[in-house]
Design a protein around this ligand. Structure first.
Ligand code: F6P
Length: 333
């Protein structure tokens, strides 16, 4: 029978093999617990009066759903127990939450508690995204770190099954929450982004705002067998980044939420520290690529913890092609 170790067993093995810090294990277990509870809140939302809007906007100026708040509070309440967690940065909170005086090696948790929440009432997949970095020296309150500094990253997807997808910097593994026990068990070891793809995901209603390299790329895909690519492409858009990234990990593809003329003043649409960086790490660790269009996402130095950025990620050949179109566009002036 196929062995399907629990998340705890998997991490304990990593601890023995490559010295994974037990405090990081505790934190990831807390994140997994928070995701389990959020999954239950999603399932029971109609009974608990948790559908709909709070009637307020979050720090991003976006309508806040009741479940955004429930998920944020769940994450914070459960993860705050982690003994070496120094600070939390959430999409739903304007300020960082410091939990202790930071000491070297303490952890910093960045998270989007409920990504794609417009999908909830229509019964489509949503997720939670997280990224973990470390305090570099005692007393250091620096929260602005490049994506390369992440020591772990991942997401939970609340879909037909609940899954946790995780990287500890050595590849990507996927765990399915077993109905009944609630255990996350390793069902998708060594996930890789298939190199060859004929599927792209972009919100095409924004065509009028796109810059020419993005238009060129999408136009060529749409031109199909008669176009320069000589191949027919398919398009998908779920409006939930977690669902798009999960699909790309399973069957390949490329996801674009580029900086365009409408969102450029804000830097883009998606957030760097708790969306683009963790998803960029997952995709790179799975053999794909993640770019802003002009540079690898993970090399970008943030200047604000709610910073937004253009995101192009997925199969490396396609991401590199879009980056190359940007480079040619810049060279042409
Ligand atoms: O960040 C929020 C998010 O919901 C992403 O998950 C998703 O990719 C995107 O916004 C959807 O954007 P749009 O509303 O343009 O479809």
């Amino acid at each position: 029978m196929t062995e399907r170790p629990t998340l705890r067993r998997y991490m304990t093995r990593h601890s023995a093999l490559d010295g994974l810090d037990p405090n990081l294990i505790f934190l990831i277990e807390d994140i997994a617990s928070a995701c389990r509870v959020i999954g239950n809140s999603l399932r029971n939302a109609a009974f608990e009066g948790n559908h709909g809007l709070v009637g307020d906007t979050n720090v991003q100026g976006e309508d806040q759903k009741k479940l955004d708040v429930v998920a944020d509070e769940t994450f914070a309440r459960i993860c705050e127990n982690s003994p070496r967690l120094a600070a939390l940065v959430s999409e739903e909170r304007e300020e960082a939450t410091w939990l202790k005086e930071p000491e070297e090696g303490d952890y910093l948790l960045y998270y989007d508690p409920l990504d794609g929440s417009s999908n909830i009432e229509v019964g489509l997949s949503v997720g939670s995204i997280f990224s973990i970095c470390q305090v570099e020296k005692d007393g250091d309150r620096t929260l602005l770190k490049k994506g390369r500094a992440q020591v772990a990253a991942g997401y939970a997807i609340y879909g037909p099954a609940m899954m946790l997808v995780l990287t500890l910097g050595h590849g990507v593994d996927g765990f399915t929450c077993e109905y009944g026990t609630g255990d996350f068990r390793l069902t998708h070891p060594s996930m890789t982004v298939p190199a060859k793809t004929r599927e792209f995901a972009i919100n095409a209603s924004r065509y009028r705002y796109w810059q020419s390299p993005v238009r060129r790329y999408v136009d060529e895909c749409i031109a199909g067998t008669e176009g320069p690519r000589g191949e027919a492409f398919n398009m998908r858009w779920t409006a939930s980044m977690v669902a798009e990234v999960h699909r790309i990990l399973i069957r390949g593809g490329v996801f674009l939420y580029p900086q365009d003329t409408e969102n450029a003043a804000k830097g883009g649409r998606l957030r760097l520290l708790y969306e683009a960086n963790p998803m960029g790490a997952i995709i790179e660790q799975a053999g794909g690529a993640a770019s802003t269009g002009t540079m690898p996402i993970l090399d970008l130095m943030p200047d604000d913890f709610h910073q937004r950025v253009g995101v192009i990620l997925g199969s490396a050949d396609e991401v590199n092609r879009v980056a190359e179109y940007h480079a040619q566009d810049r060279a042409a002036g």
